[in-house]
Structures are given as structure tokens and as C-alpha cells.
Write a protein that binds this ligand. Sequence first.
Ligand code: RAT
Ligand code: ZN
Length: 426
Amino acid sequence: MIKEDLAIESISTMKETVERLAMTMPVTDMHTHLFSADFGNLLLWGIDELLIYHYLISESFRWSDDQESYEAFWAMSKREQADWIWNKLFIEHSPISEAANGFITILHRLGLDVSSRNLNDYREALANRTTAQQVDEVLRISNVKHVLMTNDPFDPEERDVWLNRGGNKDSRFWAALRVDTLLNDWPNAVVQLQSLGYDAAEQWTERTKVEVRRFLSEWIVRMDALYLAVSMPGDFVYPAEDHRTRMIDEAMVPVCQEHGIPFALMIGVRRRVNPELRLAGDMSMDSDVTAVEALCRNYPTQKFLITMLARSNQHELTVLARKFRNLMVFGCWWFLHIESMVEEMTKFRLELLGTSVIPQHSDCRVFEQLIYKWEHSRRIIGQVLASKYERLYNSGWKVTEEEIKRDLDDLFNRNFWRFLGKEQPQ
Ligand code: RAT
Ligand code: ZN
């Protein structure tokens, strides 16, 4: 029996409490493409970077005609590209889409005058800030406490930071070792491994296997990587008589187990359906949830963090998480990171899994995006959770503020850290 004086007595107080806590509780953002300031230019921030976000690039081209070539866009300077996008999405049309609306949320929360619509004023307002100041300010506004990066040792600029410049020194940032090339572009991976001094060959020999394991282990240790991560095409099949299955079974899972870390798979991308859009040209596709099922069943002691890109896969994936405790469903990824999908997915996830899910990650590429991605998602997650408490309340079950905090903390932080088997850092 809860102490009567602690129970929240009215539905409206309960809703206010959930909303307030959902908006303000510190969060762990378990998948981003952000970096700490230690990584120099790899950390993107500021007005122009925000406007040339690839989500906005593809939206802008909806308004361009045949006269405006893709090449002409890519030939422009960043500032010119930003001007072009600003005109298309904010001046000539209203910024209704999630990503365009997000830019407005950012301006608003940074204290800029949204109604002026003066892009140069916004640029100037941020011009005198240092990267370190902006990182502190954005983490404060967004209440993001821990940021997981996406770390690829095959990227020469990034590798240099890890090998020669002391790596990440900011305790708010954490590494995740990204392994896409090893799984999805093996011939290229072999060349890279060889150039880094690993004795790997295109043929999957015993020696190659040992060397791939050595590469993974060394980088997990060097980065203190919290998990291994890959994004996979929708036609990923497992198990199969192919390179991916061998790589997973004989190198990646054994190394994850040796280091006691989860393996994150983000499944359902179809890369470059329009190559002219470059990074903005990727599409989603249906995936086969049975690949995840087989992984979870084959490796009951290996943890898998899974998100999928197609809306059509979401329900089945959530049901699968009821069957396997080593499966943690996370985030509303990429094209699903929009108001309506976050609401729909959060609802059925809570209905099927209670609070044993990681409802969101940001996938930010530009630092200030933390502000809008988290603000928009927190609001929806808070509303969905409140509606669940309301149903309980109507049956006489009252919650306390401490219990609301506990539940939100599970969703926003603890489910991730617990799944890792780690204490949540202070
Ligand atoms: O969300 C994105 O920005 C995508 O381009 C991808 O980076 C995706 O999130 C991924 O990690 O593969
Ligand atoms: Zn991503």
C-alpha cells in the first residue's frame, strides 16, 4: 500500500507531473552522430550546418524544378546551400515538416527572434560562441546527460583523434564502434584493414577471422565502446550462407561476448535510391524480423539492441521483444522520428512491453538538433505515459511522483544502462 499522502490525487495533477518530468528529466541519447569537442571539425553545429541537414536537403528538392540541378546544389558553398534551403522551406513555404519545424524549435529555444525570419541575424547571434560553450548550452537546454557517438575507425579524420590526439576526454560522451564496412562492404574493409596493419584477406580464412577479431577488440578497448553498431539493408537475412553470417557468428558476436557489450543492429535501409541526393538519397524498406529472432535465439546470453526503419516491422519487432529478454527495442528511427509515428510506436510499445523499452534516440548529426528532437519526443512520450496512468487511475490505482520518476528514468536512462550491465554514470 502506498502512503496515502504521496499518491497523486487528481488526474490533472498527475498529467502535469508527468509532463513536467518528461520534459525535464536528464536523458541518455543512445544513438547519435554527434561528437565531443575533442573531435574538432567532426562536431557539427550552428545555423548553416542545421539548414543543410540531409533531412532538409531532400525536402527542399521537392520544391526545385528541372532547371535546378543536383550538381549545382553540391557545387555551392555551405552558406549558399543553407540560403537556398532557407528560401525553399521557410520563406517560400511554411516549415511544417518535422525537420523544418525542428529548426524553428531550435531558434526559439536558443532565444532567437523566430518572427524576424532574418537568417543573418541568427548566424550572427551564434558567431561569437565557442564550440565548447555551444555544447554546454545545448546539453543544458535539451537536458541530455549522456551522448553516444557513432565511431568509425575507418574514417581517417576520426581515427587520427583516437590514435594521436587522446580520443574522447569529455565524460558526457560515449563511444559506439560502428562496423558497417566490415558487414556491408567487405572488399573495401579488407583494403582498410590491411592498410592499418591487419593481416586480412578477402577470403574468409582462419587468419582473417583472427585479425578481424583483433581489430574489433583493439578498437573496443581504445574507444571504451559501449556497444557494436551497424545499420543493415532490409534484405538482411540471418542465418545464411554468406559473409554477413560468418562475420557475425565468427567475429562480431564472439568479440561482443568477450567484452560483455551489446550488438546494435539498425535494420531496413536501402542506401542511395537516388544517388544524386547523396546522404539524403537513402530510403527505408521492409525487413525480415526472423533474422533478429534467430540471433536472439542462437545467442541467449548476447544482448541485441534493435531498431527497424519500416513502419510495417514495428509491431512484430515489439512482439518479439516479449519473447527474448536479450532483445532491447530502441528509438523511432529516421523517417519514423516524426510526431505521428513516435506517438503510434510509443503507444503500442508501452502496451506490449510496459516500460521495458528505450522509446527514443535522437540520431542527431548537428549539435543543436538535440534541442528539438528531444523536446518533441519528450512531449509525446509524456502524453502517452500519462494516458496509461489515467486508465489505471480510473480503476483506483494511483501513482506517486517517485513512481513516475522511476518509470521515466527507466525509459530515458536506466533501461539502456541496465541492458549494458553498467551502473548509470553520474
Ligand atoms: O538518421 C540518419 O541521419 C541516417 O542518415 C543514418 O545515419 C542512420 O541513422 C544510420 O545510423 O545509419
Ligand atoms: Zn544513425
